[in-house]
Write a protein that binds this ligand. Structure first.
Ligand SMILES: *Cc1c(COP(=O)(O)O)cnc(C)c1O
Length: 645
């Protein structure tokens, strides 16, 4: 028994009560009031844009038979939609502990809904004069949370923008890293005089991001000194030699000493990385999945791989550290990855370090003081029984030293889907992604920053994108700033719930010892807890999986039965021995009483503890206890029916 505090030791944070619509729709009046108020406000806005223009829809229109028929059709379809949506997954309920979704933050939801009828398009300032600035502000809010420079007057200020999700943000990270890595090679090939360039392609392909930015600044300064015609000539010459113009094949043909660079990531990496390397044309074979220790990137294995790459002259585009793995919530040693890069750099092999914090990014709020400084480990630990280990604190503390980060507001930001974010440490890097380089020479960081912000569509993967979503994220972060005293209250509730869940899961393993082997395969770092089960007496992985499939069917909705028939929603994931390695796989198989070679995939339960009402002390209910009580009953029933069959 490792639990120190019981859930009851942490009274519910009343501020959270105002944050959500609530499991029972408790704050319905508040949301309704806001929506009506701002819908009316929108209508006044329409009427006050040239009030001299008369209404174009006549007063009689609503009596017209065609109008009435249309309205009837619309109502019917909307009623059908509303009825169909009742079969949705109840993310808002504390009985939902499946995937990475929960209730929505009221300020974000209301801002998103109130902005929708204005329909801003954050592709450029022309179509979103208000919300595009909010998107750039969100980038700065996130940069501050992560420990990047967020003062736009500084030349090295970070830049962040929203994406459709973490997948697109990860693609953006790959795109930017490749643009940066290959740029000095193009400058060398162009033979730009007067600029100190690396001696050969290998060196040019292995500069640090700071060196690349310095080089680009020198190039811009040199260009600015040329007469307009000469400037156009040199600019076109370098552009034509960039990887973005030549394509990967043309670029490599022009530089026989180089190869397609690799992307190193832990085996826990989300499948968006596979999509990304395919999309960029690097090829899936270049995604090198590295072993982990307890589902955290093994820095020694990374170091070894980097040494191999150095010896074989195999370039590395980036190393990905995962901050909150999708399946286990485990957190990679970001500090260790940066230290490994430092050593690799000394050996001449350099690359970008990107943190995929799609899941765990917002947990950084727990580590930030209101003034933006990092909280000491002991201060953070005061609020929890185990979180955060010194290793975890070091990982969060190291974020500022990385090149870019993915964060998903639509996951632990408790905001509607359609909001991921990409944040890069130095805004000047972004210019390498511009579709049309404007080459404005203000020489003033703040002005450069502002012009870039106005041309957002030039730098992002998407074109048109939702300004309403940006407004939602911005307002949520304004109401709950991204530090431990504000947004951190939400993060604290979810980590505490996970600790309570973990402690209860350990008790469960004892409770069911008579009929089940139950194990937590990896110590959780954050707010995901997995549980592996095997009926006692069974030694076959196939039979264990068959049992888990029946159990997981009970833990999800089935269009054939009413939603209310589902007691609790969970999710599953699969342990893959081929990725896990023989030692880890054997350890887990044996702990479950499974025999034979530990080489078959194993289905396990996965729980996401996001809901702030998992422990409802208003009514003295612990949904965590209820879940485990249910699991005891459910597994016993399944086993009884199996024996009867
Ligand atoms: C969810 C997730 C992604 C993908 O994000 P989407 O928003 O689903 O596109 C990428 N990486 C990690 C670690 C994730 O958890």
């Amino acid at each position: 028994m490792i639990s120190v505090h019981t859930p009851a030791a942490y009274p519910h944070d009343r501020v959270l009560d105002a944050c959500f619509l609530g499991p029972y729709g408790e704050n319905d009046a508040l949301l309704e009031k806001l929506l009506v108020e701002f819908l009316r406000d929108h209508v006044y806005w329409r009427r006050n844009f040239h009030p001299e223009d008369p209404p174009a829809i006549g007063t009689g229109a609503a009596q017209d038979p065609e109008f009435l028929a249309f309205e009837a059709r619309m109502r019917r379809e909307l009623h059908q939609l509303s009825a169909a949506l009742k079969r949705s997954v109840p993310f808002h309920s504390p009985r939902y502990i499946g995937h990475m979704a929960s209730d929505l933050l009221l300020p974000g939801l209301a801002a998103h809904m109130l902005a929708l009828p204005y329909n801003p398009n954050n592709v450029s300032e022309d179509s979103a004069p208000v919300t595009i600035d909010m998107e750039v502000q969100v980038g700065l809010q996130l940069a501050r949370m992560l420990g990047y420079v967020h003062d736009t007057a500084r030349p090295d200020c970070a830049f962040g923008h929203l994406t459709s999700g973490g997948t697109t943000a990860n693609v953006q990270a790959l795109r930017l890293a490749l643009a940066m890595k290959a740029f000095p090679v193009a400058l060398r090939a162009a033979g730009v005089p007067d600029i100190a360039l690396p001696d050969d392609d290998w060196h040019a392909f292995n500069l640090s991001s700071a060196e690349i930015i310095t080089l680009r600044e020198a190039w811009l300064a040199w260009l600015a000194m040329r007469a307009p015609a000469e400037r156009r000539h040199w600019h076109a010459r370098v552009e034509a030699l960039r990887i973005e113009s030549l394509g990967l094949a043309g670029f490599l043909a022009a530089h026989p000493g180089l190869r397609v660079p690799r992307v190193l990531a832990p085996i826990t990496a989300h499948y968006s990385w596979s999509k990304g390397v395919k999309l960029l044309g690097l090829g899936r074979a270049q995604l090198d999945l590295l072993p982990t220790r307890g589902m955290r990137l093994d820095v020694d294995a990374l170091e070894e791989r980097l040494e191999q790459c150095t010896r074989a002259h195999e370039p590395v585009l980036m190393t990905v550290a995962v901050l909150g793995s999708t399946e286990y919530g485990t957190i990679d040693p970001v500090d260790g990855v940066l230290a490994a890069r430092e050593r690799s750099r000394a050996r001449g092999l350099d690359f970008a370090v990107h943190v995929d914090a799609a899941w765990g990014g917002y947990l950084a709020t727990l580590f930030r003081n209101e003034d933006g400084s990092l909280r000491p480990q002991a201060d953070v630990a005061d609020d929890f029984s185990h979180f955060p280990s010194p290793a975890l604190h070091a990982a969060f503390g190291a974020l500022g030293g990385t090149d870019s980060v993915t964060v998903d507001p639509h996951k632990l930001g408790y905001l509607p889907f359609g909001s991921g974010a990409f944040v890069c440490r130095d805004h000047r890097a972004m210019e390498l992604l511009a579709e049309r380089a404007d080459y404005v020479f203000h020489g003033d960081a703040a002005t450069d920053y502002a012009t870039r912000a106005r041309r957002l569509g030039q730098f992002v993967v998407e074109g048109s994108k939702s300004g309403a979503a940006a407004a939602g994220v911005y307002v949520a972060h304004k109401v709950l700033p991204l530090d431990h005293r504000h947004f951190g209250r939400l993060s604290r509730a979810t980590v505490r719930a996970a600790e309570a869940f973990h402690a209860r899961a350990l008790r469960f393993t004892d409770d069911v010892a008579g009929h089940l082997h139950a194990r937590i395969p990896f110590e959780p770092d954050s707010n995901l807890v997995c549980l592996a089960l095997n009926p006692r007496g069974n030694t076959s992985p196939a039979a264990a999986n068959a049992f888990m499939h029946r159990l997981s069917a009970a833990l999800r909705s089935d269009p054939q039965r009413p939603l209310q028939a589902v007691e609790f929603f969970g999710s599953t994931t699969t342990l893959r021995p081929d990725l896990l390695g023989a030692a880890e796989a054997t350890r887990i198989f044996r702990s479950l009483g499974l025999e034979g070679a530990a080489d078959e995939p194993l289905v396990i339960l996965r729980h996401t503890l996001m809901n702030p009402y998992l422990v409802d002390d208003e009514n003295g209910i612990s949904y965590i206890d209820r879940y485990f009580d249910y699991l005891v009953r459910c597994t016993a029933t399944l086993l009884a029916t199996e024996r009867a069959a």
